[in-house]
Write a protein that binds this ligand. Sequence first.
Ligand code: FAD
Length: 516
Amino acid sequence: MATKFLLTLAICRLIVTVGLTLDPAELLRLEVEGQLSLEPADIGSASRDFGGMRSAEPLAVLHPASADDVARLVKSAYESAHGFGVSARGHGHSINGQAMTRNGMVIQMSRRGSRKPAAPRVSEKLMYVDVWGGELWIDVLRSTLEYGLAPKSWTDYLYLSVGGTLSNAGISGQAFNHGPQISNVYELDVVTGKGEVLTCSKEENPELYHAVLGGLGQFGIITRARIALERAPTRVKWIRVLYSNFSAFTQDQEYLISLHGHKHKFDYVEGFVIVDEGLINNWRSSFFSPRNPVKISSLNADGGVLYCLEITKNYQESNADTIDQEVEALLKKLNFIPASEFTTELPYVDFLDRVHKAELKLRSKNLWDVPHPWLNLFVPKSKIADFDKGVFKGILGNNTSGPILIYPMNKNKWDEKSSVVTPDEDVFYLVALLRSALDNGDETQGLDYLSNQNRQILRFCEETGINVKQYLPHYTTQQEWKHHFGDKWSLFSRRKLEFDPRRILATGQRIFTPSL
Ligand code: FAD
């Protein structure tokens, strides 16, 4: 009763605030178990994201307690005479306002407050976990580890929501073997743009299932995901080796990912580019001893650029004695700079949660909440050497302003039926320029400079025929989106018409104009 009173009060305030943009009668009829908030703190956080470059205020924020709450809100938006945008927000870790909606409603999917959506439920027998769409991956991990199990495919950072990463792809160094996270989902519950709650999988409502995976939030809001699990290793051997020669580096990466499915392989293959200041000291490299920094000049870097291959081998305590031999045998096949091997061992959880440590460090220096003009590209294998020459050894100069990841993946681990688009080659690379803009008087570290460099990189790719696809894409015109999706555009827009005919969902992606 009290909740209903508060809700009515909130909606009255909403109507006063927004005039008649929303249909008040519809909203007044909206009964939710969770909380509809007009609190400035909620509105404020829903109008920001990790990118820190854009802001759009919603009218109100819903903290749902269940899929039914989500469905009620979406249905009222869909059926309302005026209509309004509805955006699910995971953890707000987008870069370009993708989870925002101006003058609409944001559904804050994380579990919070006294009435929370269901906690993760593990099936040990069938090796899966059912999780709420707003669950953070770190919490998914914690709950599955209670059963000695863990998801197979990860992102580098775990404070991201399940619904948020599944709307993109969800990739890390395991993707070459297990595919992205969207290849490791058995079933979903989705609230479509008409407010229906549908269960979907490869067998049931397959069109919706494939649309939603990598679907940029365009077809429905994921309220439950059934995620594949494996037996969790307890320990990880984490190895980094250096290269000065780019083709030796990529040949080794490609060899290692060709071992997918084999028994004797690494479990994670990534890498990064080092062009900074002569010392290996970027924030993902704390691995190298700060007391004994590696001097790039001492390693004969080609054009001042070094490449670091990063690999891991998982193991159980019980087979610790055989792991060294296995790693040795794999390393013998590689052509890195002799004596450039750095190895450490740690618990599996600490490895998976490694970026959080960097986050805490950056937060302590006030360097986390700064603008992040990140650019993530899928680059076809046939053009990665051109990309190296033009971008790493060209456009970037000698100051990167953040980590640059580079690692290959096997296309056959990606389901062509999903909404995500990747280059048309068997192997493609992720190149992630994860840069932070600083306002410290050095123009080359500023937001304008870095954003301009991103544009230069995209232009360079276009002019030299490197057919990249943006990952976590950002465009401002439908023409650009059509180009991004290429052959998949007609399917993508047909699915939109079917599942979100008023185009009210995830308007912050700026793909379709809502019909309000
Ligand atoms: P949000 O930013 O809140 O939302 C992203 C989009 O998904 C929005 O359009 C939103 O409307 C939609 N959405 C959110 N929840 C749902 C839902 N339940 N149903 C339907 N649509 C929904 N990505 C990788 O793949 N690999 C990485 O290693 C990786 N590392 C990262 C590290 C950091 C520090 C950061 C900031 C991001 C990283 N990302 C990585 C990117 C991340 O996957 C995206 O930001 C993604 O959007 C997840 O963030 P989120 O959960 O906060 O989603």
